[in-house]
Design a protein around this ligand. Structure first.
Ligand code: PHE
Length: 504
């Protein structure tokens, strides 16, 4: 004997009433049960071979504002054509806007479609549109679909005539319609289902909610508790949520906070002094060239810190100052240092912080935006985020730095991290952290790192070792989100944002 639960019985009976086959929405309104409740029941009924579940994708189309306007007044090419007819087959392009009260921004669209549809040719010398045919061309499929949409409001693409279905894509490209996709579920009674209804259904009593009363009285021992099927499909909901890239930013932030770091932030616009000079990057360093750095046109220059600090940096560049280094051996320019740049890395904030905080222990980080004059490609954007940080303490070494970063990336979910030797003008030794991406079958760079050189530390008045690192965040985001094009992170495609789960 098949025993059913109440919702399953209800679903079957409503289905019978509706003739044996019905959409879940319809069953919802007749039975008063929630969509998810019916889907849950349907899965059980399907397992018992009492119903079949049919799934169907449906695309609905509606006119947007421009579409409505065109449906009402006619497509720009049609209106231009009509005007040309009235004028005997030829109309001057400059006359179109006032002849038919059309904004001049629509003219290029009208002309392009007149040609595309072979309704007219353009006489460039005379600046006119000349019609190609004696007869007015009949309504095209695009115009028919516009009219249908204006009449009906919404139509289902799959239910359209073939001749109109093919034109949907064209109207979408012309940005005259909005389309929405949804999945419809339909239930159908099987032969066994019909038989069972005829015989009469026995309902098993089950409790779906454990109440205080059931617990206190001990009745729960004798009741049958209903099982939940958490995999049963429900309606899709798209709640508002934090952008996936921001989720990763927050995640990086939380990991550093948990590791005992404090966050620092600074301005997006910096003087070259903090972005380059304070980091012992010579003024003719290739990274400073226009190719990589965005220099501000207006205002061009900013202020420098106190004289003793600037002098110390200048001397270190010129001859090494008290550091024992020979420096770079050139004449340091104050003007060059005052130039304003969009910061190319957040190391500018770290070094600025060090100029004011000299007592260990120090553990600070930042996750913030930086700018480089890069061509926009699948792997580069001109604006991106860096994860940056420093540790200052009496006896810290490169080993501590590797340990810190290993911990950070492990918490991020990256296990296979290695450290390779590398070069930066402001650290010695220098290294880079790399991560193996099995999908790409190669190692990719996570961040640059190292211990600040004496030439960087002495002018700031720091007497302890400083561990420093900085690297891109978007790379991490791409690995985490499974993307192979960085531009998706900034494209604001609603579809992608919706599809990306809230909990990464
Ligand atoms: N600033 C370097 C970059 O942008 C990274 C780095 C930071 C390297 C600190 C060493 C120390 O690539």
């Amino acid at each position: 004997m098949v025993k059913l639960r109440e919702n399953e019985q209800k679903t079957l009976l409503v289905l019978e009433k509706l003739g044996g086959r019905a959409a879940v929405e319809q069953i919802t309104s007749v039975s008063g049960l929630a969509y998810a409740a019916i889907m849950r029941a349907a899965l059980v009924l399907k397992a018992k071979r009492l119903v079949k579940i049919h799934e169907q994708k449906q695309t609905t189309v509606t006119l947007n504002q421009e579409g409505k306007l065109y449906a009402q007044r006619g497509l720009p090419e049609r209106r231009t054509l009509n005007a040309a007819y009235q004028k005997g087959g030829e109309i001057s392009i400059s006359d179109i806007p006032h002849e038919i009260d059309m904004p001049s921004s629509s003219i290029p669209i009208a002309l392009a479609w007149l040609i595309q549809k072979d309704w007219a040719t353009i006489d460039k010398d005379k600046g006119t549109v000349r019609l190609t045919k004696k007869q007015k061309p009949p309504k095209g499929d695009d115009e028919k679909l516009l009219a249908l949409l204006a009449r009906k409001g919404t139509v289902v693409v799959e239910e359209l005539d073939k001749s109109l279905r093919h034109i949907v894509a064209t109207l979408r490209r012309r940005k005259l319609i909005d389309t929405k996709e949804r999945t419809l579920h339909e239930l159908e009674l099987t032969e066994q289902g019909w038989k069972l209804i005829k015989k009469g259904i026995e309902v098993s009593e089950e409790v779906s909610q454990l109440t205080p009363e059931l617990i206190i009285t001990g009745k729960w021992r004798r009741k049958k508790l209903r099982k939940f099927d958490v995999t049963a499909p429900g309606p899709t909901v798209y709640p508002g949520k934090v952008h996936p890239l921001q989720q990763i930013v927050q995640c990086a932030r939380e990991i550093f906070l948990e590791m005992g770091f404090t966050e620092i932030r600074g301005p997006l616009i910096e003087t070259a002094f903090w972005n380059f000079d304070a980091l012992f990057q010579p003024q003719d360093h290739p990274a400073r060239e226009m190719m990589d750095t965005f220099y501000l046109a207006n205002p061009k220059a900013g202020g420098l810190p106190k004289k003793s600090l600037v002098d110390a940096v200048a001397k270190t560049h010129e001859n090494g100052w008290t550091t024992g280094s020979k420096g770079w051996g050139y004449k340091w320019s104050r003007e060059e240092a005052r130039r304003l740049v969009l910061r190319t890395h957040t190391t500018s904030e770290t070094i600025k912080y060090l100029s004011k905080h000299k007592t260990p222990p120090i553990k600070v980080f930042s996750v913030d935006r930086v700018y480089r004059n890069e061509k926009l490609t699948y792997k580069n954007t001109a604006e991106f985020h860096q994860i940056e940080g420093i540790v200052v303490d009496k006896h810290v070494t490169l080993r501590d730095l590797m340990g810190t970063l290993k911990t950070f990336y492990t918490r991020f979910g990256l296990r296979k991290v290695q450290f390779w030797p590398c070069y930066f003008p402001y650290t010695e030794p220098s290294a880079q952290a790399v991560f193996y991406v099995p999908k790409l079958k190669r190692w990719i760079e996570l961040c640059g790192m190292g211990m600040f050189r004496p030439e960087v530390l002495a002018p700031m008045g720091i007497r302890y070792p400083v561990l420093a690192w900085g690297g891109g965040l978007e790379r991490l985001a791409m690995i985490e989100l499974g993307l192979d094009d960085i531009r998706i992170l900034y494209g604001n495609s609603l579809g992608w944002i919706r599809r990306t789960p809230l909990c990464l």
